[in-house]
Write a protein that binds this ligand. Structure first.
Ligand SMILES: Cc1cc2nc3c(=O)[nH]c(=O)nc-3n(C[C@H](O)[C@H](O)[C@H](O)COP(=O)(O)OP(=O)(O)OC[C@H]3O[C@@H](n4cnc5c(N)ncnc54)[C@H](O)[C@@H]3O)c2cc1C
Length: 365
């Protein structure tokens, strides 16, 4: 397993019961990159249509993780309110239709309804909204740790500070070299996020065409009095914000192509987000407490890429999680394990309509 973000540890947790798993993470700590930088929301009506069933299928695990794997609930109430101006009402109606097709319980609300849910909205800006009350906050660290606990309890060997620098095909299997040590295995899982195509290159496997996209989030002063407000997202994703303790987590929701790496926030992105939020609300944001930037990595069609590469037996992809890699992680780890071991899909995946062909790397070959 290459990569110790949420993808790598979920796959490790789901595969470890079947055999020996070694997970190699190049950084000194797990979850240092995108996984540690998300907005931590669970929402059905979001992301590529093909991967939405993975979010639905993940709900059972997120609501009741296996006993002994978490110290506190992973999900907590939040709600999601999409909001728009008069000119954006068509966008919200189209989203409501998409939501219905994906099994989301969301409803269009009037201007007055939107202001009742989020009293900070400016009357002369908002014209209506789309509300998904069952959207929840995810305890990302708790979820990541749950997967690590499951993997370790099944004897997985999880190694930090182990950058994979070489991958070779040998005697019908594979070897991976990290930190001067070479490990032999039957199956390599490429869960290296933004580095996915580079890691494939080490193994002589053709790239998928993954594109990492920068997105910055930042915290501003808020108040405990607003803790029950939903996450609020502009209809065309020009900004979002949600209460986080006594602060608000905010973002411009930008998507800017970047090379794999450790991106830093840009002041102009933060300033523009503040300008837009202040135009739409009476929050009057003036100060920023902290900020960070992560890479959301997409395949060309924006669906996830899960499964064996038809050109390289034993080489599995688990990449392209984009903006939904936390909320879909229980299901895609389970799907990966079914594909790698040739076992049946878990019942919750089948019930949610997960189709392995939609996310198969074969679609790019
Ligand atoms: C601002 C922001 C908001 C988001 N909000 C949400 C949200 O609300 N809900 C949601 O579900 N998702 C959200 N996401 C998306 C989510 O965070 C990602 O989809 C997810 O974290 C991707 O996980 P990953 O394990 O693929 O990537 P990563 O966490 O980046 O893990 C990949 C790992 O591979 C390692 N690696 C790379 N190359 C090598 C190598 N050669 N050897 C060893 N290790 C290597 C890296 O060090 C890294 O740790 C958000 C993302 C951002 C940036």
């Amino acid at each position: 397993m290459i990569g110790g973000g949420i993808a790598g540890v979920s796959a490790a947790a789901h595969l470890a019961p079947y055999g020996k798993v070694t997970l190699l993470e190049m950084e000194a700590t797990l979850a240092y990159h995108t996984t540690g930088r998300s907005a931590a929301l669970y929402v059905i009506n979001y992301g590529a249509q093909g991967t939405r069933p993975l979010a639905l299928a993940s709900r059972g695990f997120l609501e009741s993780p296996p006993e002994g794997t978490v110290d506190a609930p992973i999900l907590s109430d939040r709600g999601l309110l999409w909001v728009g101006t008069e000119a954006q009402m068509g966008v919200l109606e189209e989203m409501a239709e998409q939501g219905k097709r994906s099994g989301a319980e969301s409803e269009l609300v009037s201007k007055e309804g939107a202001i009742e849910i989020l009293p900070a909205l400016r009357e002369n800006w908002v014209a209506g909204g789309l509300y998904e009350p069952l959207a929840r906050d995810i305890d990302v660290a708790g979820l990541h740790q749950a997967f690590v606990r499951i993997a370790r309890s099944n004897d997985a060997d999880i190694r930090n500070g182990s950058p994979v620098t070489e991958i070779n095909q040998e005697n019908g299997g594979w070897t991976a070299t990290a930190g001067g040590e070479t490990i032999s295995c039957d199956v390599v899982v490429n869960a290296s996020g933004a580095w996915g195509d580079l890691v494939a290159g080490l193994a002589g496997v053709a790239p998928i065409g993954l594109q990492p996209m920068r997105r910055t989030a930042f915290m501003v002063p808020g108040s405990q009095a607003y803790h029950h407000w939903p996450m609020t997202v502009e209809a065309e994703q020009h900004f979002y914000f949600k209460p986080d303790g006594v602060q608000f987590l905010c973002s411009l929701a930008e998507e800017v192509p970047e090379e794999p790496g450790d991106p830093r926030p840009r002041m102009e992105d933060v300033a523009l987000a503040i300008e837009r939020i202040n135009e739409a609300t009476i929050l009057g944001i003036r100060a920023v407490n902290s900020q960070w930037t992560g890479l959301r990595t997409f395949a060309p069609d924006r669906d996830l890429v899960i499964g064996e590469d038809p050109t390289a037996p034993g080489f599995y992809w688990l990449v392209g999680q984009g903006g939904t890699g936390i909320q879909t992680s229980p299901a895609y780890g389970s799907l990966l394990a079914s594909l790698a071991t040739g076992s049946e899909l878990a019942p919750e995946l089948a019930a949610a309509g997960v189709d392995p062909a939609v996310t198969s790397p074969s679609r790019f070959r």
